[in-house]
Design a protein around this ligand. Sequence first.
Ligand code: SF4
Length: 217
Amino acid sequence: MWYNKNMSVNIYKKTYDYLSDLFPNATCELEHNSAFELLIALILSAQCTDARVNKVTKVLFKEYNTPQKLAVAKQEDIQKIIYSCGFYHNKAKNLIACSKDILAKYNGEVPSSLQELQTLAGVGRKTANVVYSLWFKGDAIAVDTHVFRVSNRIGIAHGDTPLEVENELMQNYDKSQWSMLHYLLVLFGRYHCTAKNPDCVNCKLKDICEYYLQRKK
Ligand code: SF4
């Protein structure tokens, strides 16, 4: 499994440098103009593409772009707008509950700490990490399906759970790289190292990638 353990190449640096070259302007692809809009877009993005979420939030945020407005919305009205994102019943419920939490616990402002963010309805560790790093400029690595898969494939982290992968990535990379690493791995997983059909032929990580080297044996 640990093909790279005794090799002289620094797999962490090589991966970071290669992905930075591939995506020099890597950032979150969800459109937003406030911490609240980012939070809502992230809740909607579970099991849904960013492109679809961006279409939906264009409509949703015309009327419901603050916790004050969304907290008093009718669930059926929100469901109709967000229907195409999937899981619309639960997502609508969470959007409203999250808005109510922000009003009740944080005076209508999205909280800026990881711990507080995770007290909001519908907000797990991954979503909290993204809001914390992208909007509040904190250092965090959100582990979504792409980060999880790509990290394990290359071998820059090994874990059975997102938390294990997150902890290992944090050990293997400098704090200043954590947030960017998230975006780089997301984009690489989305467009190159895809779940079903990774583009290994054109990938410059072939010589260090555990997944590729294992399959070649
Ligand atoms: S070699 Fe293939 S599996 Fe490995 S990182 Fe590149 S695309 Fe992904």
